[in-house]
Design a protein around this ligand. Structure first.
Ligand code: FDP
Length: 338
């Protein structure tokens, strides 16, 4: 019997225990982040349970529809947003919230205010809900400059100022991937325990990948560097085999695969959408932060993604992120084109 392996199986590293361990590296820490994270985790557990019961619970359908009891049914993304907003406010550790679902930033009442800003997309990839494809929650966390006087400028910070970022993927299992600035760790929800357990410690994205991930339906409108890059993936001229194309169309799932298997995920600018499609604050920044923390890169076509400073909370940006070498290739093509 392998007693050592057995000891590991009985020594469960939950996400809370992991963050508490990290916290001991900062003696000045007051445990605020751990409390904030436990509220994010609660939101993720709620959404996970709702997504898995969606068909059964008749949660699907348009917002505004009524159920048998005559109550208004909420679409999953609307419901998820409400759960996250309430959980984050009640944590007492947040001062500003920016959600994909809300046009304006939410300023938390002074009586419940803390020093963290959370930017999030409560249910990303929502066009995939009805067909049971993996979807997820994405979040990024900043610190406010002055807790007494939070302003919108505290939100409009470069991605490199994030203090933490992560996503939770609602797929065949429920996986929460988190970075607090010292690497990336993945936790899987054990439904019988109701706890996220560390299952993917210290994730590193392979230096070079064999997969590219893009919505090729937009190819007609791409610029030259993107077109050349995808052409090279399909018809390599250096003797290497062609790369595989994988595109789910749900950012969390596409990025999760890229993080684990390597490769590149791209949502470039095109003639119809000069800023691409993805939102800077709660899609591009958190995923770019995780990718860099895992040893990869994230580029916009012009610069390092995390150096961008948003001008508006719902601003969009093109993005190329993934394995270090793959992003180097696209950077070289853009450099040659300018
Ligand atoms: P969705 O429209 O389903 O919400 O930004 C949202 C997003 O999904 C991402 O999750 C996904 O990567 C992207 O849009 C897919 O866009 P396309 O359908 O244009 O490929």
């Amino acid at each position: 019997m392998d007693h050592e392996a057995d000891a590991h199986r009985t020594d469960l590293m939950t996400i809370t225990r992991h963050v508490l361990n990290e916290q001991t590296k900062y003696p000045e820490s007051r445990g605020d982040f751990t409390i904030l994270l436990s509220h994010i985790v609660l939101g993720c557990k709620f959404v996970c349970s709702s997504v898995s019961k969606a068909g059964l619970a008749k949660l699907l359908g348009l917002a505004g529809e009524t159920n048998i009891q005559g109550e208004e049914q909420k679409k999953l993304d609307v419901l998820s947003n409400e759960v996250f907003v309430k959980a984050l406010i009640s944590s007492g550790r947040t001062c500003i919230l920016v959600s994909e679902e809300d046009e304006e930033a939410i300023f938390v009442d002074p009586s419940k205010r803390g020093r963290y800003i959370v930017v999030f997309d409560p249910l990303d990839g929502s066009s995939n809900i009805d067909c049971g494809v993996s979807i997820g929650t994405i979040f990024g966390i900043y610190l406010v400059k002055d807790e007494e006087n939070p302003t919108i400028d505290d939100v409009l910070q470069a991605g490199k100022n994030l203090v933490a970022a992560g996503y939770c993927m609602y797929g065949s299992s429920c996986t929460l991937v988190l970075s607090t600035g010292s690497g990336v760790n993945g936790f899987t929800l054990d439904p019988s325990l109701g706890e996220f357990i560390l299952t993917h410690p210290n994730i590193k994205v392979p230096k070079k990948g064999k997969i590219y991930s893009v919505n090729e339906g937009n190819a007609k409108n791409w610029d030259e560097p993107t077109t050349k890059f995808v052409e090279k993936c399909k018809f390599p001229t250096d003797g290497s085999p062609p790369r595989s194309l994988r595109y789910i169309g749900s950012m969390v799932a596409d990025v999760h695969r890229t993080l684990l298997y390597g490769g590149i995920f791209l949502y470039p600018a095109d003639k119809k959408s000069p800023n691409g499609k993805l939102r800077l604050l709660y899609e591009v920044f958190p995923m770019s932060y995780l990718m860099e923390q895992a040893g990869g890169q994230a580029f916009t076509g012009k610069q390092r993604a995390l150096d961008l400073v948003p001008g508006k909370i719902h601003e969009r940006s093109p993005v190329f992120l993934g394995s270090y070498d793959d992003v180097e290739e696209i950077k070289a093509l853009y450099a040659a084109a300018n």
